[in-house]
Design a protein around this ligand. Structure first.
Ligand code: SF4
Length: 364
């Protein structure tokens, strides 16, 4: 606890704030990738400690928010299949698909079960050999090792009734996608510390150099975020387009070799549609040929998705840093946590839910 309060220390926060203000001589637009960091920024009012010349943009690092409607539709169809249980984290249950969400599917007879880890789903498969158990694997690189371990466990137990519906996505291709946009205005990124704990940050080095955008590995407490912003401003001011590690207490350049080994054993890199953003090449993890017998998309037959797009919801623009949640006309009116129109209002990591929870404008 003492360790935690150290990273929320108001004296340290003010001192970092002064350093950032003293150093900043230009307007800068800095994007934090991770939804967890967005919540810290809103919860602690971090923007109030920054000069007006720094704009923080909220990125696509909310895995629930970027899960395509097509995947939700497949999860719904699986849940409605005879002798099948669809297991999922709770955050996914209320994310709209092109038809019903998983919670409605459950109310309409679908077999949906909330779990806290993929290994719970493996246990369920062991204990219910007459049922197919599917785990909806949503997440960034942080969740991939546990997902891989679940497949390895299913193999070890010779399970022929356990499957993954993979919607796992990767951060570096998303950063590259955003920076490749001809209208891009993002000048620097705060990379998510927990992702880099697993993967390291070597992949970011060529991206920072190619697009002349510093990337700073950053943690999740107020002092971490301000340290990350200070480092990003230092690099921008000195025109150094490189990667810096401001979260060295948890992150090493090469990441966690054991976790990366498990990921590489089970998964391959593929392309993925990101909700509201579009197709990002090389941005996904799917089961490789050695483990494709556990792939739910090969096991089940699916009706074509209605392909209905979000209408009112501008989540795609928010996830790309073009707009802030309170610029959405539906924010706090038709769209609230109890009646969400889009995934960023559903997810505990979504920017819209962070704004609603902590931002004064939600009182409209
Ligand atoms: S406030 Fe609601 S409708 Fe607007 S972008 Fe966020 S989730 Fe979508």
């Amino acid at each position: 606890m003492k360790h935690l309060t150290e990273y929320r220390n108001i004296k340290l926060v003010k001192s970092l704030s002064e350093k950032i203000k003293a150093l900043t001589t230009h307007d800068y637009r800095i994007m934090e990738i991770c939804g967890g960091q967005t919540h810290t920024i809103m919860r602690y009012g971090i923007e109030e400690f920054l000069p007006e010349s720094i704009t923080l943009l909220h990125g696509p690092g909310c895995p629930v928010c970027v899960t395509a409607t097509d995947k939700i539709d497949k999860a719904v169809q699986i849940s409605l299949t005879e002798n099948t249980i669809l297991t999922s984290y709770g955050d996914m249950l209320r994310v709209p698909g092109s038809g019903q969400d998983l919670l409605s599917a459950k109310a309409n007879g679908g077999n949906v079960m909330m779990v806290y880890s993929p290994l719970e789903a493996v246990e369920l498969a062991k204990n219910n050999p007459d049922k197919n158990i599917v785990f909806f694997a949503v997440g960034f690189e942080t969740t991939a090792p546990a997902n891989a371990m679940s497949v390895i466990a299913a193999e070890k137990y010779n399970l022929d009734n356990f499957y993954l519906l993979s919607s796992m996505v990767l951060v570096p291709p998303a950063i590259e996608f955003l920076l490749s946009d001809p209208e891009n205005e993002i000048q620097a990124f705060l990379a998510a510390g927990h992702v880099c704990t697993v993967m390291g940050y070597e992949e970011y080095i060529p991206i920072a150099s190619k697009f002349e955008a510093p990337i700073v590995v950053t943690g999740f407490e107020p002092v971490d975020i301000l340290n990350g912003i200070l480092k990003a401003v230092e690099l921008l001011e000195s025109e150094k387009y490189e990667v810096a590690n401001s979260y060295s207490r948890a992150v090493q350049k090469e990441g966690n070799e054991i976790a990366k080994g498990v990921i590489n054993k089970v998964f391959k890199i593929s392309d993925r549609e990101w909700r509201g953003i579009g197709m990002i090449l090389g941005s996904a993890l799917d089961l490789n040929d050695d483990y494709k017998r556990f792939d739910a998309e090969l096991k089940f037959k699916f009706k074509e998705s209605a392909g209905k797009k979000d209408t009112v919801c501008i989540a795609g623009e928010i996830l790309q840093g073009r707009k802030k949640p309170d610029e959405c006309p539906a924010f706090g009116k038709e769209c609230k946590p109890e009646s969400p129109l889009g995934a960023p209002m559903v997810s505990s990591e979504g920017a819209c839910s962070a704004y609603y929870k902590y931002h004064s404008k939600n009182q409209t």
